[in-house]
Design a protein around this ligand. Sequence first.
Ligand code: FAD
Length: 807
Amino acid sequence: MPTLAASLSAHLAERLCQPEAQPDPGGELVLYWMRGSLRADENPALDAAAELAEALGVPLLVYQGLDERHPHSCDRHHAFILEGARDVARELEARGVRHVLHVTRPGHRQPALRKLASRSAVVVTERVPVPPLVEWTARLRAAIEAPVVEVDAACIVPLSLVERLPARAFGFRKATEQLRRERLTAPWPASDARPRRFEGELPFEPVELERTDLYDLIGACEIDHSVGPVPGERGGSVAGSARWEAFRDQGLRSYDRTRNEALLDGVSRLSAYLHHGMVSPLRVAREAAAADSRGATKWLDELLVWREIAWAWCHHRDGCVESYDALPEWARATLEEHRGDLRAPRTSEQLARGRTGDALWDAAQAALLMRGELHNNVRMTWGKQLLPWSATPEIALRRLIDLNHRYALDGRDPASYGGLLWCLGLFDRPFVPDVPIFGSLRPRDTEIHARRLDPATYRARVARPGAARPLRVAVIGGGVAGLTAARTLADAGHDALVFDKGRGPGGRISTRRAEPFAFDHGAQYFTARDARFRRWVEAWMEAGVVQRWTGRIVAIDKPLADGAAQVEKSDTERLVGAPGMNAIARHLAEDLDVRSGVRVAGLERSGDVWSLTDEHGAAVGEFDALVCSLPAEQAAELLAPVHAGLAGQAAGVPMKPTIAVLLGFEARLELDFDGAFVNTGPLSWIARNSSKPGRPRHEAWILHAGPELSMERWDADREETVDLLIAELARVTGVALPPIAHRDLHRWRYALSDKALDPKAGGGCLADDAAGLALCGDWCAGGRVEGAFLSGQAAAARLLRQVARLA
Ligand code: FAD
C-alpha cells in the first residue's frame, strides 16, 4: 500500500510530519481533526485531508472539538474559538464539506473524537507542537488503529524541513533563507480534490452553530468564567481577514517606524488570528512580500523569523516547552548563580489582578486582563519583571506561562513560548555586566521603560472594558459571592459597588472577638476542590490570608467515654482564613467600594436603569446592572415585586438555620481532637477554634446545633439554649468542662442550603441577561464557601458576556 505522502501533491507532502504512514484499509472516512487552522482557505491540513479522502475513495469529515480540559480554558478563549467555528463551518459548507463541532460540557462529555477516529482510515490534524495537543495527539494515536498524521499548516518553511533545534534568530534566518524564498511568493495551489461528504452517524450531538447562542453555550461549560470575552474582538476568519487587510493597506508600510510605540496603532494585532489559524500565514506572508516596503520587510522578519523560529523550536522539542530545562544552558547557569539574590516577591494574585504597585507593569497587566492583548514591546518588559517578583526562576517561568495563556487571546501558541522563554534567555545571548537576579540575562527595567512610556497615558489607552462606557453595577450582599462578583467585574474595568446590611463585609464567613477569645461562628473551614477556586486559594495562601487547619477532626456517633474519639474524618485539606475566617472577606474587599450598613429594601427597573432604595425608602443609587447575592429566601423576597420568575426560582431553594454557641474556657478541654461532626443528640458540630492557625491560644469553642434544634429553639430563651448546648457538649465528649469565662449565642437564619441548585444545570447562577440581573450565592452552586465563590464569578461572567454580546 502506498504511503500517505505518496498520495499527496508535493506542496502538501512536504508538510506531512509522518510521511511514511499508511491508511487503515478498513476505515470508512478521513477525519480532519481541526484545532489549529480554523479556516477553509489556504489550509494545508484541509487540503491534505481532502486529497487523501479522494485517493482512498472515502468521505471526508471535519471534526472540531472544544474541550473544557484544555488548560486556561475560559470564556474569552471559548468565545473567540466558537466565533471562529461559525465562520469556518460556513466556509466548509460552501465547499460541500461537513463540519461538526463538539463542545464538552455537562451531559456532553463522551469521547467523541476517539469514537470517530476509530472508524477512520486516517486522521489528519495540524502540527501544533505545544501542550496539551502533543500529548492528546499521542493518546489518540495509541487508542486507534488508523494513523494520526500531522500537517504543518502554520509556517512558510515546513517544520519537517528545519533540520536542527534552532538556537538564535540570525542562524535560523540564514539556514532557512533558501527554503523560505522558494515558498514565499508562490501562490498556494487551489485544491481541486472533491471528496464525498460524510453523512454517517455521529457518536455525539454536534452544536448547531447557526442556532445556538454561543455565550449561553459558554456559560454551560465548566471553565474559568472570571476571564470574560473581549467586547468588540470577534474571532473568526472574517474578522481576521478584515484585520489583516486594514493593516496591509494602512499600517504595513510604516511598521518599521511605528512597531515599538505602544501608544500608536502601529502593529498588525493579528497574532490571535494567526494563533488559531483564522488567517492563513501563507497568504499574509505572500501579500506582505508583494507590498515590498521597509515596513513590510521588518514585519516579514517578525513573521517569518521570530514566529517561525519559535514554531521550529517547539517542533524539535516535541512540545516539551514548559520545563525549566528548556532554557539554554548559559541562562540556567547564570540564574543559578543568582538564585540567592534578594527579591521582592509578589503574590500570584497581585500579578493576575495587576495590583503590584508598579504603574507600568500594572497597566500592562490591565491590558491583558481587559483587552486580552499586550503590545509586544511592553510584553518584553512585563515578562522580564516576573523574575525579580518570583521566589525562584522556575516559579517566574510558570507564572509567565500562566498569565500569558490565561488572558492573552494569542496565548498557548508556539510563538508565545518563544516570546515568554526569551524573557529568560531563549534565543538570546549573555550580556555584560552581570546584574543582580538576572545575572547575564538581558535586563529590562519597568522604571526605565516608564521614562519613555508614560504609565498613566498607556493605562488610559489600554485599560478599557470594551463597552461604550464601564457598566455601573450594584452588588447587593457582601458575602463571598457578592465580593467575588464585584472584584471580577472591577478587574474587567467596570464600576461595582457592594451594599451590605452588616457592619462589615463577610456575611457567613465571620469572626467575632471577645478578648482574649476569638470565634469563627459562621463557616468553620472550607475546602478547595475545584481548580478554578483552588488557583485563588493558593494565592491567598501565598499572602498568608489562608492557612491549613491541621487539627484532628473526628466523628462522634455515640457519647465518648473520656474524651477519646475513635472515628477519624477523612484527611481532607481544611482551610481557614487567618487570623480569622473574616480575613478572606477583608482581603476580597480590599480594593472594592463596599458600603456597609446599607440594607437594600426596594428595587425598581425603569428602561435600562435599576434604582435601589434602602429600608428607610432613601435612594441608594441608579445602576445599569444588578447582582443580588443574598441567601435564597432573602433574594426571593427582594426580587418578588420586580422579577417574579427569578424570585420564584430562588424561593424554591430551602435554607436551614443554625444556632451557634461561642464558649471561652479558663483551661483546656482534655479532648484528643479539635473538631467533631456530632451524629448523636442535638449538636451537629463542635470545634476548638483556638486550634486554628493565627488565633489567640485561649481555649475557645464553637458549638453548632443541628437544624431541628435550631428551628425548635429559634425564639426560645437564649441563656437556656446556651445551657442546654453546654450540657450536650459535656455529654457527648464525656469530660468535665473547665470554668467558662465567656458565653454567647448567634442565630444564623439562613445558614446552609443542602438542596442547592444544580450548578451544572444553572451554570452557577440565575440571570436575566436582557434585564441586566444576576443572582448568585452558595445556594446556586452546591453550597459552601467554594460554591459561593464560583457562583459570584458565574454571575459576573453573565454580565460580562452580555456586554460582549451587545458590543
Ligand atoms: P452570605 O455570606 O450569606 O452573604 C450575603 C450577604 O448579604 C450578607 O453579608 C448579608 O449581610 C447581606 N444582606 C442580606 N440582605 C441584605 C440586604 N437586603 N441588603 C444588603 N445586604 C444584605 N461553608 C463551608 O465551606 N464550610 C463550612 O464549614 C461552613 N460552615 C458553616 C457554618 C455556619 C454556621 C454557617 C452559617 C455557614 C457555614 N458555611 C460553611 C457556609 C458558608 O458560610 C457560606 O456558604 C458562604 O459564606 C455563603 O456566602 P454568600 O456570599 O453566598 O452568602
